[in-house]
Structure formats: structure tokens, C-alpha cells
Design a protein around this ligand. Structure first.
Ligand SMILES: Cc1cc2nc3c(=O)[nH]c(=O)nc-3n(C[C@H](O)[C@H](O)[C@H](O)COP(=O)(O)O)c2cc1C
Length: 332
């Protein structure tokens, strides 16, 4: 049987078990559409769609539909600290369902309300997890599969390697997707051989023609080696994978003592997380669109994971997907 025929491809009705993961601020409709059109599946990040790329949410989904009729997904970050945000997220999930989206990737919090809405119309929900205790919580909420985010991932990386996560989660009885460190075809084939039902890539798809991130950011990803990726707490309050620029060297990667104290307090931690979320949303948007974060004078951050090791050029997203498909179809 082909390595490319997995529970993920069957559940989602896609050709290749490859997800272009949600990325704030790098997911734009054209990128999502390009990955889906080529046979993988692109995942929409609503905050990125609306606040970075300037689309009304429904219109953005319709723009993707005009570019491809293949399935797409939506990321639902369940952040409990703001009621306003949660209300908006509920509305966006309803809009996505109305527009025909049937694949949802939840992160943080309890995914039950998403599963209830999505499963009612025959859709599928996968939950992002970094260790077994979150996986069990997600499964208690009814999710159909898990995205296992490992220590090499871009965004908020986990503490375990891909192999350790596989060992820890394989007996849970749902399909597992490997997220983190997949930059080239060999990484993709290795993850499928390990037993994963698919992969989720982020960083690889920033260095594409369709991604609207600044050319400086894309070139920094192409130029970076694995050793250039560090985890910083200074952007969101929890470890975030970024490229080590002159600013990161200078300022370090630990949160300041006051922030750390506020993040620990039972009463102050939700408030502090909201402060971080709002500030980082603005900082990361500016950094991705304006470029220049590699300059000595810049205070911006470029997010990227250790998959930079396998990224050698800025390319069309569809070419990458097709190359992965070719490698997967000849491997066994
Ligand atoms: C710039 C960037 C932004 C990200 N933003 C999100 C996000 O908003 N929501 C989410 O669930 N995951 C987010 N991620 C994680 C990706 O969806 C994916 O799991 C991860 O990038 C996989 O690791 P890789 O970068 O090594 O391919 C982000 C990753 C990157 C690189």
C-alpha cells in the first residue's frame, strides 16, 4: 500500500497527507489555496486573514474558493482569557461551516464546543498537542485526530522529539500528524515511515512565492541553519521559535522578572497573557510585512522552526507539494 494513503487522506478527502499549518501572521488566502490546489490541505488562520491580510473572514474564504475547489481547514485557537475573542471565534467557526469548511485544527483549551458544531455536519477536528496530558484532554473533548507538535516546530514548539511523541501517543487510537522539523522530502517520508498519518509544515511554506511575508524574512529562512533557531519567551510569554538575529542576541530569550512574576500569579496570569497576545500580534505582523529584522537596529522577531535546515530556496508552494508527493509515492 502507498505511504500516501493514510487515515488522514481518507478522512479529509485529500491526495497527500500534508497540511500547511496555520500561521499567524504568515497564512494568507493565496498560500492556503496553493497548498490545497496541489493536493495537500491549507489551514486558514482567522486572525491572520482579517488583521494581517485585510480580508473580511467570509470574503477571504470565498477568495480561496475562487482559487481552488479542494478542501481547506481552519485553525481555532481557544484562548480563554477574553470573552470578546471567544465570541468572535465562535462566529468565525459558524461562518467557515457555512462556507463549506469541514476540517478544523484546535489549539489550547477544551475543543468540545468546536467538535459539537463540526461533527454535527460531518466534519473532522484535530487538536494540537505537545504531550500526552493535552492529548487526553483533547480526546475527552471528542477530537478525531491529534497534531503532535515536536521540539523542532516553528511557532510554539513542544518539549519532545517526533519519535518520543509517537511513542507517547501511538496507543491512543486516533491518527497522529507530525508537526515540526519537516523541511524536505526525506523528513516527510521518515515521518510517514515512523507511523504518522501525515505531516504539518509551517516554516517551509513561508519561503514560497505565494506567502506574502517580506522577501527579507523568506531569505532569512533560506539562509538560516538549525543552530540559528532559538526559543524565546519574550514575545508571547511562552517559548516561541525564532531566528537568532542581532536583536535576539542582545536582548536574550528569557522573559523579564516582572513579566515572569505576573505570568505565575493565579490572578494576574490571564491578564498578562492577554497583554502578551495583543503586543505580540502587533509585533509579529510588523516584522513579517516590513522586513529588516536582521538589521542591527531592528527590534523585530522572525518566527521559524528547525526545518530551516532543509529549506534551500523560495519556491512556488505547489512545486513543494508535488515534490513531496513524488518522494512519497516512490518510497515504501
Ligand atoms: C510563523 C509561524 C506562525 C505560526 N502560527 C500558528 C498559529 O497561529 N496557530 C497554530 O496552531 N500554529 C501556528 N504555527 C505552527 C504551525 O502551524 C506548524 O505546526 C509548525 O510550523 C510546524 O513546524 P515547522 O515550522 O517546523 O514546519 C505557526 C508556525 C510558524 C512558523
Amino acid at each position: 500500500m502507498s505511504l500516501l494513503d493514510t487515515p488522514l487522506t481518507r478522512q479529509l478527502g485529500i491526495e497527500l497527507p500534508l497540511i500547511c499549518g496555520a500561521m499567524y501572521p504568515c497564512s494568507n488566502p493565496e498560500l492556503v489555496a496553493a497548498v490545497s490546489a496541489a493536493g495537500g490541505i491549507g489551514v486558514v488562520q482567522p486572525l491572520s486573514m482579517i488583521y494581517v491580510h485585510g480580508h473580511d473572514f467570509r470574503e477571504g474564504l470565498r477568495l480561496i474558493r475562487r482559487l481552488t475547489d479542494k478542501p481547506i481547514g481552519m485553525n481555532v485557537l481557544i484562548e480563554r482569557s477574553s470573552k470578546l475573542y471567544l465570541d468572535r471565534m465562535r462566529r468565525w467557526v459558524d461562518v467557515a461551516l457555512e462556507e463549506g469548511v469541514r476540517f478544523f485544527v484546535t489549539s489550547l483549551g477544551n475543543p468540545r464546543w468546536v467538535v459539537e458544531r463540526v461533527a454535527a455536519v460531518g466534519g473532522v477536528v484535530y487538536h494540537d498537542v505537545t504531550e500526552r496530558k493535552w492529548a487526553e484532554k483533547g480526546l475527552a473533548g471528542g477530537v478525531h485526530g491529534l497534531i503532535a507538535v515536536n521540539e523542532r516546530a516553528g511557532g510554539h514548539a513542544g518539549p519532545r522529539s517526533a519519535a518520543e511523541l509517537w511513542e507517547e501517543l501511538a496507543d491512543l487510537g486516533v491518527p497522529l500528524v507530525c508537526a515540526g522539523g519537516i523541511g524536505e522530502e526525506a523528513d516527510f517520508v521518515a515521518a510517514l515511515r515512523m507511523g504518522y498519518a501525515g505531516v504539518q509544515l509551517g516554516t517551509r511554506f513561508i519561503a514560497t512565492d505565494e506567502c506574502r511575508a517580506h522577501a527579507d524574512y523568506k531569505q532569512a529562512i533560506v539562509a538560516a541553519t538549525e543552530a540559528d533557531i532559538v526559543l524565546t519567551e519574550r514575545v508571547t510569554g511562552v517559548p516561541l521559535a525564532v531566528i537568532r538575529t542581532p536583536y535576539v542576541e542582545r536582548i536574550g530569550t528569557k522573559a523579564g522578572p516582572i513579566a515572569r512574576w505576573l505570568l505565575r500569579g493565579r490572578k494576574t496570569k490571564h491578564w498578562m497573557r492577554t497583554v502578551y497576545a495583543l503586543r505580540s500580534a502587533w509585533q509579529l505582523k510588523r516584522a513579517s510585512l516590513a522586513g529588516g529584522a536582521g538589521e542591527k537596529t531592528s527590534k523585530d522577531y522572525w518566527q521559524a522552526g528547525k526545518s530551516v535546515a532543509g529549506i534551500r530556496a523560495v519556491e512556488p508552494a505547489g512545486e513543494i507539494v508535488r515534490r513531496f508527493a513524488a518522494a512519497g509515492s516512490t518510497a515504501c
